[in-house]
Design a binder for this molecule. Structure first.
Ligand SMILES: C[S@@+](CC[C@H](N)C(=O)[O-])C[C@H]1O[C@@H](n2cnc3c(N)ncnc32)[C@H](O)[C@@H]1O
Length: 225
């Protein structure tokens, strides 16, 4: 597969990963660049994302998703070391072109990532990316999340739905008792938090700094109360 022939983009990605102290290998940086190339190529056919400019895909999709990797790794380490979970399974809901699910699968090889989307061609794209990028820990699932009951340790989303809809629709797929929701949001979503079901609690609001992006970002971490 031809990688994006753009040294500037690769340098921006490397600088962003360094700023986030992710310690990514050259192979992981190459996988991320190859994913960007796949997104660009298949976006024309599959309409995976409204973002078309490669520079914007880098900042608004890849670097934005990378900003959540360190918090995810910290939580995964806790599950493996303190909770005795043998293999961590993550469900990325409404993953679209694979954001943040594919980025998580590349940066966290110890996590088994399933990307669910109700649009068949988007789930097919994830399957295709898993093969092309040789990611055995990545799966595309074509379904409405409301129909899933397979247990996952972490359920993530980005640009998917309001927090109440996200937790309600995905609840049957969350492992009890240690399962958590990781919702990537822009501004602190005060009204959505206030509208959460009574039996769901927010245990951490984590501010994120996205390299090359001057925008408010945070993770809303939630669990069943
Ligand atoms: C705005 S896109 C966000 C895509 C990606 N997460 C991102 O950040 O670029 C929302 C996605 O959710 C999917 N979706 C909507 N309702 C869904 C449902 N009930 N179950 C699974 N996916 C759903 C849509 O098909 C769409 O791809």
């Amino acid at each position: 597969m031809a990688a994006v022939n753009n040294d500037t983009l690769r340098q921006q990605l490397q600088a962003g990963a360094d700023a986030l102290a992710l310690g990514l290998s050259d192979a992981q940086i190459t996988q991320l660049m190859d994913f960007l190339a796949l997104l660009q190529k298949w976006n024309k056919v599959y309409n995976l994302t409204a973002v078309r400019d490669p520079q914007e895909m880098m900042s608004h999709h890849l670097l934005d998703s990378l900003a959540a990797v360190a918090p995810l790794r910290r939580h995964v380490a806790g599950l493996l070391q303190e909770r005795g979970v043998a293999a961590v399974k993550l469900l990325d809901v409404g993953s679209g072109g694979g954001l943040p699910g594919v980025v998580f699968a590349i940066c966290c090889p110890e996590v088994d990532v399933s990307c669910v989307d109700t649009v068949g061609k988007k789930a097919a794209f994830i399957q295709q990316a898993a093969v092309a990028l040789k990611l055995r820990n990545l799966h595309g699932v074509h379904a409405r999340v409301e129909t899933l009951a397979t247990p996952f340790d972490i359920i993530s989303c980005r640009a998917f739905a309001s927090l109440p809809d996200f937790v309600t629709w995905s609840r049957a797929a969350l492992v009890v008792p240690h399962g958590v929701w990781l919702a990537m949001k822009g501004k602190h979503p005060e009204e959505e938090i206030a509208a959460l079901p009574a039996d769901v609690s927010v245990f951490h609001v984590e501010q994120l700094a996205v390299p090359s992006l001057d925008a408010e970002r945070c993770i809303i971490w939630m669990k069943p109360a």
